[in-house]
Ligand binder design. Structure first.
Ligand SMILES: [Zn+2]
Length: 281
């Protein structure tokens, strides 16, 4: 990139590093050089208009001829009525780009003068003063009005993106709902002797989805929050599942406990632990 920069500077061009596009205004005409580093190609183009149909045809023919004479270097050259475009291909891009660009600009300016072409805005097509602007991820020649329009469009879309902020409280409500469903599932799965880990996964997923749905979007913080909430509810679910287990377990020995009492009872019976372990498998 530094090489391109130096090359372009030496022929009076600027370089937009983000899009790898060279640019220069010559006598009111805005030239751009789009570099395709991977395909080892670069395209010099300049928007302009001629007054007569015939001139346009002749200018196009002149550039086709230009390309034909430089078959080794020039892949294509044409004038389509709105812009001149000359595409070079070179294995030694960094070495040849300066000469090619210079040659292309000279050729364009030669025919522009010969056919009395005028600069036009390629966006609105008007023959008015244009400049080279960078809007979002593109460097283009356009008039001031079109630039303002383009800029407005960009700021509109980016501000609507900004407006979609994360509604954390609603997201938490969503995660709690998901967690609650997960806890209930955990108890049910546990009672049915099913693999409870599935309930855990479902709970985490439900918490995440409901958080995202209600908060409109989910950040890293939101993701962690929804997982923590799901986990807390799973612990609660697990606690109730154990309580129910204790309640049922002691009933076999003729002891009747309420759920509240069972929840306060720590299972110490080794038989119970064994059964519990088996159920989890
Ligand atoms: Zn315009």
């Amino acid at each position: 990139m530094a090489t391109f920069m130096k090359q372009f500077q030496s022929i009076g061009f600027g370089l937009d590093q983000q899009t790898v596009t060279g640019y220069r205004k010559v006598d009111g005409f805005c030239f751009t050089v789009r570099i395709d580093v991977n395909r080892k190609m670069y395209t010099v183009s300049v928007p302009c208009a001629v007054h007569r149909e015939e001139d346009a045809r002749n200018m196009n023919a002149a550039f086709q001829q230009f390309a034909a004479e430089r078959k080794k270097m020039v892949k294509s050259a044409f004038y389509d009525g709105r812009q001149i475009s000359i595409c070079y291909q070179s294995k030694e891009l960094t070495i040849n780009i300066m000469d090619g660009t210079k040659e292309a600009v000279d050729a364009c300016m030669y025919y522009i003068r010969q056919y009395s072409a005028v600069p036009i805005c390629p966006v609105c097509g008007r023959a008015i003063d244009t400049n080279i602007y960078a809007v979002e991820n593109a460097v283009n020649a356009m008039c001031g009005d079109c630039f303002l329009n383009a800029q407005r469009k960009v700021s509109d879309s980016s501000s609507s993106e900004q407006r979609r902020v994360e509604n954390v409280p609603l997201g938490i409500v969503g995660a709690i709902l998901g967690g609650l469903a997960g806890a209930v599932l955990w108890v049910l799965f546990s009672l049915m002797g099913r693999i409870v880990i599935i309930a855990g996964a479902l709970s985490a997923l439900a918490g995440y989805l409901l958080y995202k749905k209600l908060a409109c979007k989910i950040s890293k913080k939101g993701l962690i929050l929804s997982l923590v909430i799901a986990f807390i509810f799973l612990l609660i679910g697990m606690y109730f599942a154990i309580g129910l287990d204790v309640m049922n377990g002691v009933r076999e020995y003729g002891v009747h406990l309420s759920l509240a009492e069972a929840l306060c009872t720590q299972p110490t019976d080794s038989n119970y632990q064994d059964r519990r372990a088996m159920r989890c498998l």
